[in-house]
Write a protein that binds this ligand. Structure first.
Ligand SMILES: *Cc1c(COP(=O)(O)O)cnc(C)c1O
Length: 366
């Protein structure tokens, strides 16, 4: 395998991002769970989140939690995708806490916890309208909470949580957070004790911290994108996220062809390799370059941001990224290397891609 493509990960910037989020949440009594699935669980990133003050390390995949532990990250681990019934044993072994919504799976986790002689913490997930995971019916929610508390000796009901802004694109508004706080109150009334954790959501719930309208009962957020990428709340929501580094991850790819060509395809336009029928702007003859990395590595070409002035991303196929370099400041040639910033989707996939090398830089923040 060659040197390129590669992803350069700045662990110092990652740690500073974690610290910036952790400090702002701490001011409101909110602990931060660092979510590592956005970088395919790179253990070095988990360690940087730990140094940055995160209280737990979380992923939707058990192997990523195992990797963090094997790397020596000693924070409690949280499995944030509802466990598969078939992975109940591994969930108890590799995660200290898991998010759950099914009584039958909770029973399996309980059996495993007893068998393994471990305690396993449960965050019961409430459906508040985004329509992914969580219990929608209030009666079922309370019954399940009571079942975990009283019926399952191997499990500890740590608290409740919700997830918004993932499937249904529903904003974690102050009203939604109030609904979660109210539900927490009902559960506490039913159990006759305080819950340790009320987990308000992911990066998309962080605006409640910035706007200072998070209900006091919410004391945990599970944050990935803000810390790893730091772009979405700025680009899509219009928040000033200037206190975050948005270049923790940089893609470097090698140029394999650089030639002046027409900018409009010549012939009868049908479909591209991915069944789309794109339109092309005719800008006459332009210098173009091909970088040796493609949609097989990152899927979304428009979520890749060329970092060099004068370089424009035109499109991509599986293994080629097509660039307009007419206005570049240098005369690009084969063997030259170009850099791209990443949004969340490409960061997930590029760190998953076996053809992409990962290079770490930056040292622990003193
Ligand atoms: C992915 C995920 C998160 C973290 O989401 P980010 O957008 O990366 O902050 C939190 N909670 C759950 C349940 C998730 O699936």
């Amino acid at each position: 395998m060659g040197e390129y493509p590669l992803i350069e990960v700045d662990l110092g910037k990652l740690e500073r991002n974690a610290r910036a989020i952790v400090d702002r949440c701490a001011a409101l009594g909110i602990g931060v769970t660092g979510v590592i699935k956005g970088c395919s669980g790179l253990p070095e990133c988990a360690a940087a989140m730990a140094r940055g003050g995160c209280a737990h390390i979380a992923s939707s995949r058990l192997d990523e939690l195992a990797g963090a532990r094997a790397h020596g990250v000693d924070l409690p681990t949280m499995m944030i995708r509802i466990p598969m019934p078939s992975e109940a044993a591994d969930t108890v072994r590799l995660a200290d806490i898991s998010l759950n919504s099914e009584l039958s799976t909770l029973a399996l986790l309980d059996g495993e916890a007893r068998k393994q002689g471990r305690r396993h913490g449960i965050l019961l997930m409430a459906e508040l309208g985004d329509l992914r995971e969580g219990i929608w019916d209030r009666g079922e929610f309370l019954e399940t909470a009571v079942a975990v508390e009283r019926g399952f000796g191997g499990l500890d009901l740590l608290g409740i949580g919700t997830n918004l802004g993932c499937y249904g694109s529903i904003a974690p508004t102050a009203e939604k957070m109030e609904a979660l706080a109210e539900l927490a109150g009902l559960v506490e009334g039913e159990l006759g004790r305080k819950l340790e954790m009320v987990s308000g959501g992911a990066s998309t719930a962080f605006p409640r911290v910035m706007d200072r309208d998070m209900p006091g009962a919410i004391n945990n957020l599970r944050i990935g994108e803000n810390i790893l990428i730091g772009r979405d709340l700025a680009d899509l929501w219009g928040y000033d996220m200037g206190f975050l580094h948005n270049d923790v991850f940089v893609l470097k790819a090698e140029i394999i062809e650089a030639k002046t060509k027409p900018s409009h395809p010549i012939g009868e336009i049908m479909f591209d390799a991915f069944r789309n029928r794109p339109t092309y702007e005719d800008r006459g003859l332009r210098k173009r370059a091909l970088a040796a990395v493609g949609k097989a590595d990152y899927a979304w070409a428009d979520h890749l941001l060329p970092l060099e002035e004068g370089i424009q991303l035109l499109g991509a196929s599986s293994d080629h990224t097509i660039l307009d370099v007419e206005d570049a400041r240098r005369d690009l040639r084969p063997g030259d290397v170009v850099e791209f910033g990443l949004c969340y989707g490409p960061a997930v996939l590029l760190t998953h891609s076996p053809g992409v090398r990962i290079v770490f830089k930056g040292s622990p923040v003193a």
